[in-house]
Structure formats: structure tokens, C-alpha cells
Design a protein around this ligand. Structure first.
Ligand code: T3D
Length: 265
């Protein structure tokens, strides 16, 4: 996969690709170039069969500070009404790529994750936070609504009541509190954060990737459909899962009392 970008660092370690947002001098605030690059990198990693797990993280002391506010300020010079919905498509491209990827995406968050950066973390399948993490739906602080999927993702992760609190009050949520309310899956001490992220990513990369893809499809579609539709989909997807080599390997390994060796096939 492509490894050279202006504002991203790409590192491949076996089946794990780490995408690092890299503008640490502005806490990895998202400018137009970085947003476009993230869409391309997410799609690229999703399509590469050698990649079995993707970690999204930030360089320096933050995960990300959301949209670069200098870009906003530049737009105020014009007297024309500002239209951002087309621009938001670039964020939506990233969210769609993560959700549709047939492999897990992990957001690894240390320091602040604000605005659109926070919501890109919420778009990932799993989130691991360091205990210095700060999650911030910053939008209302500057008179905006949560975007980059925020309205959808936030309500589904923490429920409508908590989502309204986080979006309306725009107060920071610490890493431990984020774990308590289900905004993240794991919160670990900062000193253990790199190793814990690596261990989680390796575990997923060594897992039954086709089953993971089907699990993502089942759970994400279930979250958007009714019981009968979900039961029907469950049967269709299990027909696929049961015919994978990894399924046979899992059963064979269990019966032979040895660890499975999954190939993602
Ligand atoms: O049109 C569209 O595309 C709509 C899309 C909107 C999506 C959005 O994300 S809207 C939300 C945008 N983000 C924010 O409003 C957050 C703004 N930043 C902050 O509130 C704070 O910086 C943080 C809470 C994130 C972190 O606070 P702290 O105290 O840890 O750091 P700091 O000192 O405020 O920031 C460090 C530097 O990063 C500082 O620069 P300096 O003084 O060292 O030269 C600061 O200006 C810069 N920075 C932080 N956030 C941004 C930023 N520069 C540009 N854009 C930022 N978003």
C-alpha cells in the first residue's frame, strides 16, 4: 500500500498497519490535505489483503484537535454564505471506509481527541485510550453540530441521554470516564499504552479476518435494522463464515487442544 503522504505516517508491521496523523504542532488538527489523505489511506489499507488490522493514532501529545480552525477563519473573508456539506463528504469518505473495511480498525487515543478527530475515533471498531486521553465533542463550543458521523456514532455508543450531554455541554471526558460510559473499550496507563495497543492489534491481525468482516457487517447492519432483518442476515453471513478455512482451523485446533493458526482465509 502507499506509504508516502504529506500529513500521515504509515507503518506496516506484519498484518498491522498504523496510520499516524502527523501535524503535532497543531495537535494533529485536520486540514484539507490530511482529510483527503486519511480517506485514501483508509481505503487503501481496507483493500490490501496483506493488511489484517489497522491502527489510527496521532503523533505527539494528542490524537487530534478536530478541523483546523485556521481554515475556518480563512473562509470568513467572503460575504457569500459558507457551504460545508460538500466538504464534509471528505470526512464521510473516511467514516465509510472504516465501517465498510473487511477488517478491524482500532483508534489508539492519547491526549486530546476533539471535534472531528474525536468522531473519527468513534467510527473505528474498537478504541483504546491512555489514561491521559481527553475526549471532547468540541462543536457546540464554536456553534456547530457534531459532524464526521458524530450524531450517529455518539448516540449508538453511549445512548441518547449521554450523547446529548456530551454534545450540548461540550465538556471533556477523561480516558477512565470514557471507558466507564462505553465511549472507549479500554483505558490503560500511559506508560503501558504503546504495548497494549500493539498487543490488541496483533491479536486482531492473527484472528479469523473473514469472520471479523462478517461480524462487522452483522453488528453494524443490526444496529440499523429490525430483529427480523437481523436474524435473516445472521443466517446468510453464517453460511459464509462456516465455509472459511479459519472456521475449520478453529474447530480442528480446539479438538486437537492446540492454539489455532488463522490465515484470514
Ligand atoms: O467546515 C467543516 O469542515 C466543518 C467541520 C468541523 C469539524 C470540527 O472538528 S469542529 C471542532 C474544531 N476543533 C475545535 O474546536 C478544538 C479547538 N482546540 C481546542 O479547543 C484546544 O486546543 C484543545 C482542547 C483541543 C486542546 O487544548 P490544549 O490546552 O491541550 O492545547 P492548546 O494549547 O489549546 O493547543 C496547542 C496548539 O494547537 C495551539 O497552538 P500554539 O499556541 O501552540 O501555536 C493551538 O492553537 C493549536 N490548535 C489546537 N487546536 C487547533 C489548533 N490549531 C488549529 N486548529 C485547531 N483545531
Amino acid at each position: 500500500m502507499r506509504t508516502t503522504y504529506q500529513h500521515l505516517l504509515i507503518d506496516q508491521d506484519g498484518g498491522v498497519v498504523t496510520i499516524t496523523m502527523n501535524r503535532p504542532e497543531v495537535l494533529n488538527a485536520l486540514n484539507a490535505t490530511m482529510i483527503t489523505e486519511l480517506g485514501a489511506a483508509a481505503e487503501d489499507a481496507a483493500a490490501d489483503s496483506a493488511v489484517r488490522c489497522i491502527v489510527l493514532t496521532g503523533a505527539g501529545r494528542a490524537f487530534g484537535a478536530g478541523q483546523d480552525l485556521n481554515d475556518f477563519a480563512a473562509g470568513y473573508a467572503s460575504t457569500e454564505p459558507i457551504k460545508v456539506s460538500d466538504r464534509l463528504e471528505q470526512y464521510h469518505r473516511i467514516v465509510r471506509a472504516i465501517r465498510a473495511a473487511p477488517k478491524p480498525f482500532i483508534a489508539a487515543v492519547q491526549g486530546v481527541a476533539a471535534g472531528a478527530s474525536c468522531n473519527l475515533a468513534l467510527a473505528c471498531d474498537l478504541r483504546i485510550a491512555a489514561d491521559n486521553a481527553r475526549f471532547l465533542e468540541a462543536f457546540a463550543r464554536i456553534g456547530l453540530v457534531p459532524d464526521a458521523g458524530g450524531g450517529f456514532l455518539l448516540t449508538r455508543l453511549v445512548g441518547l441521554g449521554k450523547a446529548l450531554e456530551l454534545a450540548l455541554l461540550a465538556d471533556e471526558v477523561s480516558g477512565p470516564e470514557a471507558a466507564r460510559i462505553g465511549l472507549v473499550n479500554f483505558c490503560v496507563p500511559l506508560a503501558e499504552f504503546p504495548q497494549a495497543t500493539h498487543k490488541l492489534a496483533q491479536r486482531l491481525a492473527n484472528g479469523p479476518t473473514t469472520a471479523y468482516a462478517l461480524i462487522k457487517e452483522l453488528l453494524y447492519r443490526a444496529a440499523e435494522s429490525d430483529l427480523n432483518a437481523s436474524l435473516a442476515l445472521e443466517g446468510q453471513l453464517q453460511d459464509t463464515a462456516i465455509n472459511t478455512a479459519d472456521h475449520r482451523e478453529g474447530v480442528t485446533a480446539f479438538l486437537a487442544k492446540r492454539p489455532p493458526n488463522y490465515t484470514g482465509k
